[in-house]
Design a protein around this ligand. Structure first.
Ligand code: GAL
Length: 635
């Protein structure tokens, strides 16, 4: 950590020195543009099936086609499960000297089309079934299986060069092959090859693999080349642009929350993994869930958080554990995770189908507004998530993390609805309806998640709080100087180390940037002793981009959160519209009551909210928490 700190301090000093000449590159300068990724085809989170959780690398054509057929027979395809993705295990080798990738035809017989091998008839067949098809690669020279699970089946074969099946040095060639020639629609790019082959690794010393100086260190950002790893993933993005042509594609980043991907994944790919692999055990599901809960503002149409694929059907989430299976599924739906089934669909039971096929819950995930659920109530026992839907109604999940029954209360205020009017709830599992005023008490069975669709009278008529439209708010610059791992992530025992060693610390999935209805670092919103339950909390030296869907006015109360350190220094809040300054606060200091800040935004497409710190507020490793309380767009 000390090395990170030193680098950050150096960075701040360099920025300060360079600012006058490099003014154009100032990340706080409004651009009038939306900078999160919208390339590719992921206006809603991708849904489908993947071979990995079901079969690991023991994948073959028959298994894939059987699961594809099951998607059709069960009508899961018709409610959105369209992608059929092959993960690790498909490749045989990289032919020398021309570098063309060859397919393991013993497992994919339809690919045996001559010396070249081709997936084209395989993808044609799946396309003809009304499905889309995904393939898998690695950003380094070698695959995850080769490095971390060499005992798993179907590892690449041949000489050192032939076994280098990853994209490194072959980005253009491979992406052209996958998209222009083989016609795939989805690409997952893993990161193991950029991580596991240092010069002194036994697998390198033994002569089996060429060394590749690691760009990513899972445990430390000090040992990570953030710009270097980002550049590689950007190269793939560019190649997709070139070779997918006009065909829609999905680009799925798999860096497990490492490499500071928290800050840039949303600008580069359609989905970005926030954690290491999920396992079919309850504690691991908690770990993966926790890596996305504070990150609603980092997910938008075109760029989603990915806590990994579903394990519904297996282990702690099998048909005998319906509370757990339903919780896992409902939470993934609420948090706008890709809904990628990881189960052998040949074995699908009616109980499991009732979970995957719950169209009301799928509709929460696929809602066109694209708002990831926001954490309304948080504890280690019960959590309440609220998701604002395109029609103004709310998806609500009350989640019992514990193995004991738990009492919970849901309030109209948590839904941003009037407590004096009826709130109607429809239970999306039982379809039962009920209504309440002010609040309602429920009992949650162990590990149970109650999921409702709620309608009532909105507290803010004629407008929408920014925290109710997280899919349209992008922290282009979130003020984080020293990235930190999120300490609230449940630290489960990993199957890969067990309790050997010192324990796995949460990785750098993201902590301390912009949050909906909270201040940075999970703190509650409170300015000079006044509490707010609504707003955007962010650090000073930040710039938020907000898509304006036809509203006339922006209004907020701005100030420094009481959780702020340092207390000295000030922050100025500015509202910009399509690159023009519309309104500006006086410099706000710690302990001063929040002041109103309003601007006319009729006709403006992109509103930008800039918080500029000065003095200690700007130069600390943790800048002041700048609060846009009650921030809303109004008619
Ligand atoms: C991991 C990845 C998994 C799976 C696996 C294949 O790195 O997170 O989702 O793709 O590699 O070996």
């Amino acid at each position: 950590m000390s090395r990170v700190r030193t680098l950050a301090t150096l960075g701040t000093a360099l920025v300060a020195l360079c600012t006058p000449i490099a003014a154009l590159a100032d990340p706080l300068t409004p651009t009038g543009k939306w900078s999160a990724n919208t390339d590719g085809s992921a206006a809603v989170p991708p849904m489908g099936w993947s071979s990995w959780n079901a079969f690991n690398s023991d994948v073959d054509e028959e298994k894939v086609l059987a699961s594809a057929q099951a998607l059709i027979d069960t009508k899961l395809r018709d409610i959105g499960y369209r992608y059929v993705n092959i993960d690790d295990g498909w490749w045989l080798k990289r032919r020398q000297p021309d570098g063309r990738l060859l397919i393991r035809t013993s497992h994919f017989p339809s690919a045996a089309t001559g010396a070249d091998t081709s997936f084209r008839s395989f993808t044609d067949r799946l396309h003809a079934m009304g499905l889309k098809v995904g393939i898998y690669s690695d950003i380094g020279r070698n695959s995850c299986g080769q490095i971390y699970t060499p005992d798993f089946k179907n590892q690449p074969e041949g000489s050192v060069a032939e076994r280098e099946v990853g994209l490194y040095g072959h980005v253009d060639q491979d992406i052209r092959l996958f998209f222009a020639e083989w016609n795939f629609d989805f690409l997952k790019v893993d990161g193991c090859g950029a991580r596991g082959l240092p010069v002194d690794a036994p697998r390198v010393k033994s002569g089996l693999y060429r060394a590749l100086t690691p760009l990513v260190d899972m445990q430390s950002l000090g040992g990570t080349d953030i710009a270097g790893i980002r550049r590689l993933y950007e190269q793939v993005h560019t190649a997709l642009h070139t070779h997918a042509g006009d065909r829609p594609y999905v680009y799925s980043l798999c860096l497990w929350g490492a490499g500071d991907v928290r800050a840039w994944g949303k600008d580069v790919g359609n989905t970005s993994r926030t954690s290491d692999d999920i396992q079919p055990v309850w504690p691991r599901m908690l770990t993966n869930l926790d890596t996305v809960t504070h990150r609603a503002l980092y997910a938008h149409p075109g760029s989603w958080n990915d806590p990994d694929m579903l394990f519904v059907g297996t282990g702690d989430f099998d048909a005998a554990h319906s509370a757990e299976a339903r919780s896992h599924f409902a939470l993934w739906a609420m948090l706008n995770a890709p809904l990628i089934i990881g189960y052998d669909l040949r074995k699908l039971t009616p109980d499991l189908l009732a979970i995957f096929g719950n169209a009301d819950i799928v509709a929460l995930n696929q809602d066109s507004a694209g708002n990831q659920a926001v954490l309304a109530y948080d504890s280690s026992e019960v959590q309440t998530f609220v998701k604002t839907l395109a029609d103004g109604s709310k998806g609500v999940a009350l989640f019992n993390r514990t193995a004991s029954p738990a009492k919970a209360v849901l309030t109209a205020e948590q839904l941003k609805m009037l407590p004096t009017a009826d709130v109607r709830l429809k239970d999306l599992w039982t379809k039962k309806e009920q209504s309440f005023r002010k609040e309602i008490a429920v009992t949650l069975a162990p590990h149970e998640t109650l999921v409702f669709r709620a309608t009532g009278t909105r507290r803010l008529p004629g407008g929408l709080y920014l925290s109710e439209q997280t899919g349209r708010v992008n922290p282009a610059t979130d003020g984080v100087v020293v990235p930190q791992p999120d300490p609230t992530i449940y630290q489960s025992i990993t199957p890969w180390t067990g309790t050997r060693g010192g324990g796995e610390h949460p990785q750098y999935g993201g902590w301390g940037g912009a949050e909906a209805d909270r201040a940075p670092y999970g703190k509650l919103l409170r300015v000079a002793g006044t509490d707010f339950d609504t707003g955007i909390g962010v650090l000073a030296n930040s710039r938020l981009e907000v898509r304006n869907q036809g509203y006339a006015r922006f209004a907020a109360k701005v100030g420094i959160n009481d959780s702020g350190q340092p207390r000295s220094g000030t922050t100025v809040f500015e509202v910009w519209g399509d690159g023009r300054l519309l309104a500006k606060s006086r410099p706000m200091g710690f302990g001063e009551a929040a002041v109103p800040l309003e601007a006319k935004v009729a006709g403006v497409l992109i509103v930008e909210l800039v918080a500029r710190g000065s003095g200690a507020a700007a130069n600390a490793a943790t800048p002041q928490p700048a609060i846009w309380a009650d921030a809303a767009l109004l008619k």
